[in-house]
Design a protein around this ligand. Structure first.
Ligand SMILES: [Cu+2]
Length: 495
C-alpha cells in the first residue's frame, strides 16, 4: 500500500475511533506507568567542549557511535552517542566566531548532523539531504551570528530520526555573546545543562519503541535527565540556572518545582527574554528550550517536577501524554551556599515581530501526518522565499491532538494564538512552538540571508514519529535578482 494511502487510513481511523481508542488506552496504560525510581544518582554533566581554534576557525570534533548505556544500574541497554555512549558534549562558541564541526559517522546506518536553532546557510544545516554514510565524514562551517542562546544538535535522516535521537544522539550547543551580568554562568556548577527525555524501558532496562501505541508515537515510562533516572543535582550557590531541553520524541513537559515555588525564566529557544519572568511552571513541547533561574535555601531539597501539561482541546488528554506528573531531578542545597548575583531587572530590548503588515504571508494546515495535505517529498520544494524577506505564517492544527512546528535556519516570533497575545514565556525568540488542536498560531519571521537554489531548509512537526512519517516540508531561499532566480513574493501563498 502506498505510504500516503496508509497514512490517510491511519489518520481517518484515528479520527473515527478516537473516543473508544482513548478509553481503551486509558484502561491499559501499563506501558505508560512510571516505575518509582529512588533518587540518588548524581546528575551527570555533559563535557563542555569549546573545540580548538585552528587557523582562526573554532573547530569541534563529533563522532556518532554506538554504545551501551545503563538507564537501570546493572542493565546495559543499546545506545548511541556523540564521542561517548549516550548524548554528546556541550559545544560552546561565541557570536562572531567562525566554527567548523568535523563530524564522523561510526554508526552502521546513515545519519546527519543538524544544528537546531542555528541561523546558518542551508548547505550547513544538516537536514535530511546532508546524509553521512557509515564510515563517512562531513565538516559544516559557518560564522555564528545570533544572540546568546541554548541550541542543540541531533540527527535528521529522513524517516529515521526518532530512533537515532531516542538512542541518545543529541547534545547542546551554547552560543555566547559576552558575559551575562546577573546570570549564573559557571558551567556545571551554577549553570546546568538539563537534557530531559521520557524513555520507554522494558523490564531489562532496554530502550523500546512503540509508535503504534497512540497518535503521538512512543511515550516513555521513565524520565531521564542527562541520561540518568532519579538524578540529584548538588547545589552550592544561592541561585542556579537550568538550561532545560525537552529532547523527548513526543512528550510535553510542564516543568516546575514540587513546592510550586516561583522561579524566573530568563531565555526561550533563541535567546534571552526582555526581562526575567516569574513563573511557577513552564511548558515545553519536544525540542523547545527554557532557561530558568531558581533560588534555594541552604540545606533544603526540592524536586524539579513535570506537572500535567495543558494540552488545550486534546480529548481525553490522558491518551496523549496528559494527566501525568513526573519527578525529573532533585536539587539538594549544601549546608551553606555561595552568594549569587541578583537577576537584572531587564535583559534586552526585544524588537516587535518584524513587518507583519508588509510581509509575504503563508498558510499551513497541520492534519494527521500532513502539512497542507502533503507528506514530505525530498524532491519537492514547497515554496521559495527571498533572502532576508519578512514573512508571516498562519499555522492551523486541525488534528484532534497536538503537533508542534520547528523551522530550520531562523529564530522567529509568535505574534498571536487565535488572535490573542501569546503567553510571555513564548513571546521571545522561538524556533519551535506547540500547536494545540483547533488553534491558529501566527508567527513572524525574517528569512535566512543566504541565497541558495540547491539546498532547502526544512519546516516540520518535531514529534519525531510524525516527522519520520513525513510531516515535513522544505523551502529554498533564492535571490530573485540572481540569474534564474524564481522567487517572486505574492500577496498570499499557500506554502
Ligand atoms: Cu505532529
Amino acid at each position: 500500500m502506498p505510504v500516503t494511502r496508509r497514512l490517510f487510513l491511519r489518520a481517518s481511523t484515528a479520527a473515527v475511533f478516537l473516543a473508544p481508542l482513548a478509553s481503551s488506552l486509558a484502561g491499559c496504560a501499563a506501558s505508560e506507568d512510571v516505575p518509582s525510581v529512588a533518587f540518588g544518582a548524581r546528575l551527570p554533566i555533559p563535557p563542555l567542549d569549546a573545540g580548538t581554534v585552528e587557523n582562526g576557525v573554532r573547530t569541534f570534533r563529533l563522532a556518532a557511535q554506538p554504545g551501551t548505556h545503563e538507564f537501570v544500574p546493572g542493565k546495559p541497554a543499546e545506545s548511541m552517542g556523540y564521542n561517548g555512549a549516550y548524548l554528546g558534549p556541550t559545544l560552546r562558541a561565541s557570536r562572531g566566531e567562525k566554527v567548523r564541526v568535523l563530524a564522523e559517522n561510526r554508526l552502521p546506518d546513515a545519519t546527519t548532523l543538524h544544528f537546531h536553532g542555528m541561523m546558518l546557510p542551508a548547505a550547513q544545516d544538516g537536514g535530511p539531504h546532508a546524509m553521512i554514510g557509515p564510515g563517512a565524514s562531513t565538516s559544516p562551517e559557518w560564522t555564528v551570528d545570533q544572540p546568546a542562546a541554548t541550541l542543540w544538535y541531533h540527527p535528521h535522516p529522513h524517516g529515521n530520526t526518532e530512533k537515532q535521537v531516542s538512542y541518545g544522539l543529541a547534545g547542546l550547543f551554547f552560543v555566547d555573546e559576552g558575559p551575562q551580568a546577573g546570570l549564573p554562568q559557571d558551567y556545571g556548577v551554577d549553570d546546568i545543562p538539563l537534557v530531559v527525555q521520557d524513555r520507554r524501558l522494558d523490564a531489562n532496562g532496554k530502550l523500546t519503541f512503540d509508535p503504534s501505541g497512540n497518535s503521538l508515537g512512543t511515550l516513555g515510562n521513565s524520565i531521564a535527565a542527562n541520561g540518568t533516572l532519579g538524578a540529584v543535582l548538588p547545589v552550592t550557590t544561592q541561585r542556579v540556572r537550568l538550561r532545560i531541553l525537552n529532547a523527548s520524541a513526543g512528550r510535553w513537559f510542564t516543568f516546575g518545582f514540587a513546592d510550586r515555588r516561583k522561579f524566573h525564566m530568563v531565555a526561550s529557544d533563541g535567546g534571552l527574554l526582555a526581562a526575567p519572568l516569574a513563573l511557577d511552571a513552564v511548558q515545553l513541547s519536544p525540542a523547545e528550550r527554557a532557561e530558568i533561574v531558581v533560588e534555594l535555601k541552604a540545606g533544603e531539597s526540592v524536586m524539579l517536577r513535570s506537572f500535567a501539561p495543558d494540552l488545550g482541546r486534546v480529548n481525553p488528554p490522558e491518551a496523549f501524554g496528559g494527566g501525568k506528573e513526573f519527578d525529573v531531578v532533585r536539587l539538594d542545597a549544601a549546608a551553606s551556599l555561595a552568594p549569587s548575583p541578583a537577576l537584572p531587572a531587564a535583559f534586552t530590548e526585544l524588537p516587535a515581530p518584524a513587518g507583519t503588515t508588509t510581509a509575504v504571508s503563508r498558510s499551513f494546515t497541520f492534519n494527521g501526518r500532513t502539512i497542507n495535505n502533503k507528506t514530505m517529498d525530498m524532491n519537492r520544494t514547497d515554496f521559495t522565499a527571498v533572502p532576508g524577506g519578512s514573512e508571516v505564517w498562519f499555522v492551523d492544527n486541525v488534528s484532534a491532538y497536538q503537533h508542534n512546528l520547528h523551522i530550520h535556519g531562523v529564530q522567529f516570533r509568535l505574534v498571536d494564538i487565535d488572535g490573542k497575545q501569546p503567553p510571555p514565556e513564548r513571546a521571545g525568540w522561538k524556533d519551535t512552538i506547540p500547536l494545540l488542536p483547533r488553534e491558529q498560531n501566527r508567527i513572524a519571521l525574517r528569512m535566512p540571508q543566504w541565497s541558495d537554489p540547491e539546498h532547502p531548509y526544512m519546516y516540520h512537526c518535531h514529534l519525531l514519529t510524525h516527522e519520520d512519517e513525513g510531516m515535513m516540508g522544505q523551502f529554498t531561499v533564492v535571490d530573485p535578482s540572481a540569474a534564474g532566480g524564481a522567487a517572486t513574493p505574492s500577496a498570499h501563498q499557500h506554502g
